[in-house]
Design a protein around this ligand. Structure first.
Ligand code: PLP
Length: 361
């Protein structure tokens, strides 16, 4: 099998070492004679791996002790609803920053809930979401502000918490950047992320929340209730054992690579290589404002739909997979998550140069 590189936005590339370990352990997990796919979530085999995964994640993200960690299901999409149901119970008002598709999905889902009023306090609409909006000072009382930290489709990213959110309760969707950039957990009241980009297989959703938030949350159906999930340590029902196991292996891999700071450094090098290629070329163009560019999702276009299509076809032939841009923005998109090796980005850049040479004049 020739070497391929998977640039998909999600489900996305996993570290090759982790996939190999999964393969080796698949038929008998820890000499139990049972596959990891078969072990009971009530067994010590599972509770030990869940505890190790949580501890490793705590170490990686330096999660303060007064935060709980949940391993849930339902994807980041369910968190659009769950955050609002649990946390918008004082004023019923949520402030949203509209940075594109996924923040709009969060707004839509919250607006379906009775007694909840989403307010858009800033929007990148004017720039067609190619830049992040300035966030104004907030004088009104909101239960929290919702922020999509990395915009997977538009290719924008907050590098730090905007100043006007410093004294607000902030709920952050970190799905496509978690563990890839060194954010401070204490800046946020709650962080959520679907696993299938930088954490592991789909089916797992990580939620990190300040313990204090659990006070006064209304009584909710168990699966939608943070206090009930925390009380049962994320095992109210059968958890996604395989996804948690694989995420645990990814966390160990990340620790062995030097943790999130090392990942950020690598991600900056990889992204810069690609952004430099785009800047130096006459063919490729990045629509995104330089200061707001994402490290993990990099859209680019040639300006010709036919050429974009040909680019993706030829790249696929060379083993550079899943470079087609999201249907909302077109063109190409390279997702450079933690598990994408520098060699993959170098190969992409070489291919881009070759493709440009073949299409000159
Ligand atoms: N939020 C962001 C930033 C995403 O990129 C995605 C998926 O790509 C989602 C939310 C939805 O995630 P899920 O499929 O886990 O519900």
């Amino acid at each position: 099998m020739p070497q391929v590189y998977n640039f998909a936005a999600g489900p996305a590339v996993l570290p090759a070492e982790v996939v190999k370990q999964v393969q080796q352990e698949l038929t008998s997990y820890q000499k139990s004679g049972m596959s990891i796919l078969e072990i009971s979530h009530r067994s010590s085999l599972f509770t030990n791996l869940q505890t190790a995964a949580e501890n490793d994640l705590r170490q990686l993200m330096q999660i303060p002790v007064d935060y709980d960690v949940l391993f849930l299901q339902g994807g980041a999409t369910l968190q659009f609803t769950m955050t609002a149901l649990n946390l918008a119970h004082k004023t019923g008002k949520i402030a949203f920053v509209d940075t594109g598709h996924w923040s709009q999905r969060a707004i839509q889902e919250a607006s379906l809930l009775p007694d909840i009023k989403p307010t858009v306090i800033a929007s990148g609409k004017e720039s067609k979401f190619t830049a992040l909006p300035d966030i104004p000072e907030i004088s009104e009382n909101f239960d929290y502000v919702h922020l999509t930290i990395n915009n997977t489709i538009e290719g924008t990213m907050y590098h730090q918490l905007p100043v006007n959110l410093k004294h607000q309760s902030v709920v952050a969707d970190m799905s496509s950047i978690i563990l890839g950039y060194n954010y401070q957990v204490k800046d946020f009241d709650l962080i959520y992320a679907g696993a299938q980009k930088n954490i592991g297989p789909a089916g797992l959703t990580v939620v990190i929340l300040k313990h204090e938030l659990l006070k006064n949350i209304p009584d909710l159906p168990a699966m939608l209730s943070y206090p009930k999930q925390v009380k049962k340590n994320s095992t109210l029902n059968t958890p996604p054992v395989f996804a948690i196991y694989t995420a645990g292996l990814v966390f160990k891999w990340l620790l062995s690579q030097g943790g999130v700071a090392a990942m950020q450094q690598q991600n900056e090098i990889k992204a810069q290589l690609l952004y430099d290629e785009i800047a130096n070329s006459k063919l490729y163009h990045s629509p995104v404002t330089v200061a707001d560019r994402s490290l993990t999702n990099i859209p680019f276009v040639t300006g010709s739909k036919e050429l974009d299509t040909e680019f993706v076809v030829r790249a696929t032939e060379k083993g550079l997979l899943n470079l087609k841009g999201h249907r909302l923005v077109g063109g190409m998109r390279a997702s450079l998550y933690n598990a994408m090796p520098l060699a993959g980005v170098k190969q992409l850049v070489e291919f881009m140069q070759q493709f440009e040479m073949n299409h000159e004049g």
